[in-house]
Design a protein around this ligand. Sequence first.
Ligand code: ADE
Ligand code: ZN
Length: 353
Amino acid sequence: RRRPAREQTGPGRSGPSRRPLPAPTTPTREFVTGLPKAELHLHLEGTLEPDLKLRLAQRNGIDIGQSTVEEVRATYPFDSPTRFLPEYYPAMEALQTADDFYELADAYLARAAADGVKHAEMFFDPQAHTSRGVPFEAVVTGYHRAAAEAPSKHGIDAHLILCFLRDHSAQSAAETLEASVPFRDKILGVGLDSDERDNPPQKFADVFARARELGYRLTMHCDIDQVGSIDNIRTVLDEIGVDRVDHGTNVVEDPALVDVVRERGLGLTTCPISNSFVTDDMKATEIAGLLRSGVRVTVNSDDPAYFGGYVAENYVALAEAAGLTAQAVVQLARNSVESSGLRVSPRAAARAR
Ligand code: ADE
Ligand code: ZN
């Protein structure tokens, strides 16, 4: 926008030293997209967009009760947090074959590349599929094919993290872990998701100890504002010994634990838009405060098909809500690389890039 002449400053009028400093502005979407970044908290099943769901259902001859994309979209639970998980798992019935899982992951990776993602660690929920008769092998080989193609096809180093459903039994998690062993080279780590109520981390202590023996990296969800959130965060840090915490923003309730997280350099994978959906609060103040205090907080999209924002939109939403500077946003992107499961040399390369 052209300024009126009387506001103009410059060498001819007042000299460069009198030029007012530009006011700090919220980083633009373009700036955020241009930053190389890692996405570390992303559920592949949460990227199932209505058009792909309908196409896969029709291809597999599955009646999902809708026959147009608009009808499918209307079933997505944008209007009620409590509806999310009960709607989320049944929606997966459209996914049947290895090709379906491949297409789902490939579509996410294309979308992530457009947001400047260079490294992705993608959660998947095998029990949501094996429990309805889909073979473990179809899930993992389909997803892995997309991950293996991602460097050349999308410019992304992509990895898989197998999540156990915490509202299923520890025995079921243990069986799922053993089923993963033949595919060990295709899976970077294990995590824990689904409904945290009455399903604390201790329930899976033995499963995670065994996963560590198998060489998996470990992460667990500590969801926002759960009953006992702070106790669960303490448990995952002290007893489980995770490499990262998913969400974990309630750590602000205990400054001593914030110090532990900072000193260990542990990544917290926050998801601002998802937070505002499931709790009516983005938790921007908490996330920005943790960032300022030197904790490795990162920004991620969680279930973008349901919560309506991929990773760049999450950065912008947080930056606007918390009034973050460009430097703070760069720090978030740097944190994402530093918190990733990359081995040292690729991590250094990614950071330099
Ligand atoms: N699995 C996928 N998305 C989830 C969420 N928002 N909370 C718990 N488990 C999930
Ligand atoms: Zn999640």
